[in-house]
Design a protein around this ligand. Structure first.
Ligand code: ZN
Length: 205
């Protein structure tokens, strides 16, 4: 199982991170298999970062083998999705990025890919291209997004990734975060929603 992520996929988030790149193709990176954190298990703050940030994202689970998938058929390659958190060691990422080095470890550390409960893509009361999602941190909404605001839509992302990397059943794709990212602290309580359905619920320890 591999975990593939899309960076900089919402214009309002790129603005908050002061990225002024004009993207003509999605930005792709990966997380390790040991980054997966599920079933509401707690996330333990690591000692190598002072600034672990949450990024709330729609996560798609690949349901069949695919290579060079045409965009118009991409919807056949996933059945389930959820809301997840792409945890990022922002201080480490900035340091590596400034030095022009790969920032892999700031994204792929253990527990950094949090996923909620997966639900059928056809069981949602919204269409996939207009899917509202949000994160509540200690009871306050801190991030709100809608897939309508993605720079690259889910089917475009699947088509693009599969040109380079074969997608297999069980692979996860994190589709990017909207604005509102922020730093986590010990005992924070995170709850993620798609529409009014709560799919994610865990604590920071
Ligand atoms: Zn992200």
């Amino acid at each position: 199982m591999k975990i593939i992520c899309v960076g900089m996929n919402y214009a309002n988030h790129n603005k908050e991170l002061h990225n002024s790149l004009i993207l003509t193709e999605p930005v792709i990176f990966m997380k390790s298999d040991t980054s997966l954190l599920k079933d509401g298990k707690p996330f333990f703050l690591p000692d190598f970062s002072e600034d672990i940030q949450y990024e709330t994202e729609i996560v798609v689970k690949i349901s069949r083998l695919g290579k060079n998938i045409a965009r118009r058929f991409a919807y056949r390659y996933f059945e389930e999705l959820t809301v997840g958190i792409d945890l990022t060691a922002r201080d480490l990422q900035q340091r590596l990025r400034t030095a022009g080095l790969p920032w892999e470890i700031s994204k792929s550390f253990d527990g950094s890919a949090v996923v909620g409960r997966f639900v059928g893509k056809d069981s949602l009361e919204h269409t996939l291209d207009n899917l509202p999602f949000r994160l509540e941190l200690n009871g306050q909404t801190v991030q709100e997004g809608n897939t309508a605001d993605m720079l690259f839509a889910i089917d475009e992302i699947i088509a693009y990734i599969s040109r380079f990397v074969t997608l297999r059943m069980g692979d996860l794709i994190y589709t990017g975060t909207p604005a509102g990212v922020g730093t986590l602290h010990i005992n924070d309580h995170l709850q993620g929603y798609i529409g009014e359905r709560k799919l994610l619920d865990f604590h920071v320890r």
